[in-house]
Ligand binder design. Structure first.
Ligand code: NAD
Length: 271
């Protein structure tokens, strides 16, 4: 099979640059194009140079539609407003979208689900294998322990992150809620402050820390009477997300249109 041709959206960003490195190093995939926002300083620059690899002859542009005509997939780690537009463009072209952006509103999620009726969309708040395994373990532990154990999810990220809780923390919260057979939206407690009253049994709590250059730490704490179980993952380099996204793109080739998760890609559904 010929190499899969991938376009990187948000090429000038932290993840975009890392994706260019990961795709360049991967077997079976090549960088077919790179885009960023019209106002970005990355536009007009060489994508390889941006990624610290030396020139690769691919200039960062702003026109996803034109690039998609000769590519297989768009790998998008940008901002929600851009990602929903990209999802519609990919759906119209009937291509593949690997979507790593986080911080989507409910309305954004509906638009993405709509696009996934016409395109293969692999969407994950975290593309690392370790975190997806953590989510599967969280689901299983939550199902085993029940509501006698209080669940708290703690995350820490670098000081440039713009959304909280992290997409990964929410993914872990959904895994815990799934394990318990409850709806996360009805049980989640975020950012306690002041006289909050005692904790309600069955709540799933979130706490977000920001500082320095932390790539992403996540812990799921199951706090019972006189004992505690803590499941933790620490990301040390963004390359783990980028490699996961490339793996997802290669997996997506040949799938039917639909909305897929990294658990689908990794076959973790039954853990
Ligand atoms: P960043 O701010 O460094 O990069 C975002 C890039 O998107 C910038 O270059 C920006 O100019 C570009 N952009 C904005 N609007 C655009 C548009 N209309 N078209 C094209 N490009 C546009 O951010 P980052 O740290 O690279 O993170 C990006 C997103 O990925 C965030 O939502 C973050 O939470 C998420 N993320 C996800 C994972 C995962 O595994 N799913 C891992 C890390 C980060």
């Amino acid at each position: 099979m010929s190499d899969m041709r991938l376009i990187v959206a948000g090429a000038g960003g932290r993840m975009g640059r890392t994706l260019i490195q990961a795709i360049t190093a991967a077997d079976g995939a090549v960088v077919a194009g790179a885009v960023d926002a019209p106002a970005s300083a990355a536009v007009g620059r060489d994508a390889g140079e941006l990624a610290g690899l030396g020139r690769n002859g691919i200039t960062v542009t702003t026109d996803v539609t034109a690039l998609l005509a000769s590519a297989d997939a768009l790998v998008d780690f940008t901002v929600p407003a851009a990602s929903v537009i990209h999802a519609e463009i990919v759906a119209r072209a009937g291509k593949i979208l690997v979507l790593g952006t986080t911080g989507f509103s409910g309305e954004n999620e509906t638009l993405i689900a709509e696009a996934a009726k016409r395109a293969v969309v692999v969407k994950a708040g975290n593309f690392s294998m370790g975190v997806n395994l953590l989510a599967a373990l969280t689901r299983r532990v939550a199902a085993t322990l029940g509501e006698d154990f209080d669940i708290e999810i703690v995350e820490m990220h670098h000081n440039k992150k713009i959304d909280a809780p992290s997409g990964t923390a929410l993914m872990l919260g959904r895994a815990a809620a799934d394990g318990r057979g409850v709806n996360l939206a009805q049980r989640s407690i975020r950012g306690r402050d002041g006289e909050t009253g005692a904790r309600n049994k069955g709540d799933i709590g979130f706490a977000s820390l920001r500082g320095g250059t932390v790539v992403g730490d996540h812990s799921v704490i199951f706090a019972g009477t006189a004992e505690r179980i803590e499941l933790t993952h620490k990301a040390e380099d963004r390359i783990i997300f980028a490699r996961g996204a490339v793996h997802a793109a290669l997996w997506a080739r040949g799938q039917r249109p639909g909305l897929y998760s990294m658990a689908d890609v990794l076959g973790l559904g039954d853990v």
